[in-house]
Ligand binder design. Structure first.
Ligand SMILES: [Zn+2]
Ligand SMILES: [Zn+2]
Length: 303
């Protein structure tokens, strides 16, 4: 396949050996093919890239830029103080945006909700990762108002992990919802995952070859079932290369055949902000109200 092979990478799931140059070409080609296959967006579209500073979102921004897409970056500082995590992540993103000459929007939980993710999780009495995801989705959607699509760095390993977890617990609603592209619906912006057929190992190799300076420490607060399923899925990939790709691709094929779609839940507009919700007030506005109420109580108890 490749003529210059003195050093390079071995991709066991494709039975391929590639030199570094060819790997980058291969990686970009796969990204482009995925974008086209699922009709995610075109070169005319304005694309908002959610960038955490980790390897996947960094690789995504770099790949989309190399493929000449019209992108703007959006970083959300979640306010994790442990290990200086959020501060360092934002620093990496800012450095990257400057070097690549890309526009960057920076938002923060502190400014938006007046609390860190840990405080928000205590207020709502819910798992940190779930609360963090809810707030990030809300803010991204709001920032994407003038864009055609929002893209995230979710890779094959993430998608296979989510799928496996949904199957183990038979979360039917999640199974119906999971797809590389989610069409826009009311105030919800179109969302796409261009790396859904690319594994975590591959995004890492891409970053290393191109010497991208990404946040290498995983979030110190992540935990629960997410970490567990990620471990299982990585083990499957090590033992049986290509099994994950088959698992996920077959799911997508079956899903299309079965005609599985999101259930028609009647969505209404949040009476405060207009965001899609199933209740009167959306989760984000409810969280903000609870935080403000707590602050008022604290102030009056201090007096
Ligand atoms: Zn080569
Ligand atoms: Zn709202």
């Amino acid at each position: 396949m490749c003529q210059k092979l003195k050093e390079g990478v071995v991709l066991r799931s494709y039975n391929l050996k590639l030199c570094y140059d060819c790997f980058v070409k291969f990686f970009l080609k796969r990204t482009k093919e995925t974008i086209e296959k699922f009709k995610m967006f075109s070169e005319k579209d304005k694309v908002l890239v959610a960038i955490s500073g980790g390897k996947d979102s960094m690789a995504l921004a770099k790949a989309l830029k190399m493929l000449n897409f019209n992108i703007v970056l959006c970083h959300i500082n979640v306010g994790v103080e442990k290990e200086n995590y959020s501060f360092l992540s934002q620093q990496k993103v800012e450095k990257f945006a400057k070097e690549e000459n890309l526009d960057l929007k920076v938002l923060s939980f502190k400014k938006e909700i007046g609390a860190t993710v840990e405080e928000a999780s205590r207020v709502l009495k819910k798992e940190i990762c779930a609360v963090c995801g809810m707030i990030k989705r809300y803010l991204l959607n709001r920032e994407a108002k003038d864009f055609d699509v929002v893209v995230t760095g979710h890779n094959l390993t993430d998608e296979a992990g989510t799928l496996l977890s949904s199957l183990i617990f038979w979360k039917e609603e999640y199974l119906k919802k999971q797809f590389p592209i989610l069409e826009s619906e009311g105030s919800l912006k179109r969302k796409a995952k261009p790396f859904c057929l690319i594994s975590e190992k591959e995004t890492q190799i891409f970053c290393n070859i191109l010497k991208l300076d990404y946040q290498k420490t995983p979030c110190p607060l992540r935990g629960g079932s997410y970490v567990f399923f990620k471990k299982i899925v990585n083990q499957i990939e090590n033992e049986m290369p290509s099994a994950l790709l088959n698992f996920y691709k077959t799911f997508l094929k079956r899903k299309t055949k079965w005609g599985w779609k999101r259930s028609e839940i009647s969505l209404r507009k949040c009476s405060r902000c207009g965001y899609q919700t199933v209740t009167d007030i959306c989760n984000f506005c409810r969280l903000k109200e609870k935080i403000n109420k707590l602050k008022d109580e604290n102030i009056s108890s201090e007096n």
